[in-house]
Design a protein around this ligand. Structure first.
Ligand code: ZN
Ligand code: FE
Length: 255
């Protein structure tokens, strides 16, 4: 592993992440939901913040940018397509770009849908992807700015990462997502057992994030729009995956 990852809960249901390149000691915050919480974590770890990697422009992802830049003089890297909306942005990146945190390499993918310029950061040597609000455990981000076709393509990029890739989502929405997933995919035995496991973890206050690609492929209805079982459960057998995805997302919005 080239990076160390420090995960912490903040705000109502966000996860913050600090990652440290083992070789150089460079440290990045993945998004800045809460500058105070991030500083507390940095102090506890004895780490110095050198970078901020932003996934998209929502306040619970960039709200701490300026306070942290002021304190640490860190470099802010964020989505090219939302450059004007990222406070303090220094380096704008997009699909296919490589970001170096010290000696650790992250690949940038455009994942529009939740917002029009959303990006994710994938560290191939660590098998870790920081996915912001694109995918959640058994869920996906709301389509505030993008189309179902865009979001389906974005989710398909994540689904195509190696199966063991860990997905570091920005919110603990898992329990509510499981309840919805069961409503559209009730016969999925792996989903049923996962939902029970999630209830157990949450009852003891344990995070359900990170998740991984393999378990999402089997239990996340938003990745299963092309699967015959989910289509049948929705009464949409043979319908194209984008339309099945759009209907699934529409139902979640009204769940
Ligand atoms: Zn968001
Ligand atoms: Fe968010």
């Amino acid at each position: 592993m080239t990076i160390e990852i420090r995960q912490f809960a903040c705000l109502a249901d966000n996860y913050g992440y600090l990652i440290r390149d083992r070789e150089t000691g460079d440290v990045a915050a993945i998004d800045t939901p809460d500058a105070r919480a991030i500083n507390t974590q940095l102090d506890a770890a004895g780490w110095r913040l050198t970078h901020i990697l932003n996934t998209h422009h929502h306040w619970d992802h960039v709200g701490g940018n300026l306070a942290l830049k002021d304190k640490w003089g860190c470099q802010i890297i964020g989505p090219k397509a939302e450059a004007e909306q990222i406070p303090g942005l220094d380096v704008a990146v997009g699909d296919g770009d490589v970001v170096m945190l010290g000696a650790s390499k992250a690949m940038v993918y455009d994942t529009p849908g939740h917002t029009s310029g959303h990006i994710i950061f994938y560290f191939p040597e660590d098998g870790a992807a920081f996915v912001g609000d694109t995918i959640f455990a058994m869920g996906c981000g709301r389509l505030f700015e993008g189309t179902p076709a865009q979001m389906w393509a974005s989710l398909s990029k994540i689904a195509a990462l190696p199966a063991q890739t860990k997905l570091y989502c920005a919110h603990e929405y898992t329990q509510a997502n499981a309840a919805f997933a069961l409503s559209v995919d009730p016969a999925n035995a792996q989903l049923q057992s996962r939902a029970h496991e999630v209830d157990r973890l949450r009852a003891e206050g344990t995070p359900t994030i990170p998740t991984d690609v393999a378990i999402e492929l089997r239990t996340n209805p938003f990745l299963r729009a092309g699967e015959p079982e989910l289509q049948a459960a929705l009464g949409m057998s043979g319908v194209n995956a984008v339309d099945v995805f759009a209907e699934t997302r529409r139902r979640k919005d009204n769940f």
